[in-house]
Design a protein around this ligand. Structure first.
Ligand code: PEP
Length: 252
């Protein structure tokens, strides 16, 4: 059985002090927690302090993006070496906000996935269709293209370590969630893709998160679906109690 993984993406929210407040609140609840992997992804400015705060607990640290070079003249970027230095274990890559607002391409996603694996961290590679793509029936073409390009030249034995987050763009921050059935269909498509293009073992191991307006009252039904192994949570991860409830309801 795949171990559930719930990750909170705090996006561009929280000062270091606010981030520490949330981390301390979560640590109180999940100092030790064996039933799921819990990951929090604060903004870059808070990574180091939050990382120190949670280092003795079961909660793990994630970053929201990375650049693919190790160091050098890349103003404004953060390298995998720097993320490793602050003990990040996970890195979100290709979030739809980065694709839509900052023009991130599948080729860039692919370079980032490779470098994160090379540094021994776990990429959370986000894919998902836009509303017009769902409406015009091209959802699976879009997912196939993002998977093909994002996972290009990744060795078979590494694919099972990656986390794929299926995040339909129309469900992010909109309050509109994919139905458990819609999400399950997309997750099954992703797992079948991995089996077809890599190997069965990797497809069985691969953890696929759903993301898009996940809340305490919809997580249990999503998690009941066979191919949904966790959630990538945006807005609802900013508040301690709400995120705690999501984690607790995810393992019901
Ligand atoms: C996200 O940003 O990955 C996300 C799923 O956001 P929200 O939960 O707010 O829809």
């Amino acid at each position: 059985m795949r171990r559930p993984i719930i990750a909170g993406n705090w996006k561009m929210n929280k000062t270091v002090e606010d981030a520490l407040d949330v981390a301390i609140g979560l640590k109180r609840k999940f100092y030790t927690f064996g039933e799921a992997d819990i990951v929090i992804c604060p903004p870059f400015t808070a990574l180091s302090k939050v990382g120190d705060e949670i280092s003795d607990s079961s909660i793990m640290l994630g970053a929201q993006d990375v650049y693919w070079e190790e160091e050098g003249a890349f103003t404004g970027e953060v390298s995998p070496k720097m993320l490793k230095d602050v003990r990040a274990r996970y890195v979100i890559i290709g979030h739809s906000e980065r694709r839509v607002l900052f023009g991130e391409t599948d080729e860039a996603v692919n370079k980032k996935v490779k470098v994160v694996l090379r540094y021994g961290m776990i990429p959370i590679m986000c894919i998902g269709e836009r509303l017009e793509e769902r409406d015009n029936g091209t959802t699976y073409e879009v997912l196939e293209k993002q998977l093909t390009r994002g996972l290009k030249d990744i060795p078979k034995e590494d694919v099972g370590r990656i986390i794929i987050a299926y995040e339909p763009v129309w469900a992010i921050g909109t309050g509109r969630t994919a139905t458990p059935r819609e999400a399950q269909e997309a997750h099954k498509f992703i797992r079948d893709f991995i089996e077809k293009h890599f190997e069965k073992e990797a497809s069985v191991k691969l953890r696929i998160q759903y993301g898009g307006s996940v809340k305490p009252d919809n997580i249990a039904k999503l998690m009941a679906e066979e191919d949904i192994d966790g959630a990538l949570v945006g807005g609802a991860s900013l508040d301690v109690n709400t995120f705690v409830q999501i984690v607790e309801n995810s393992i019901l």
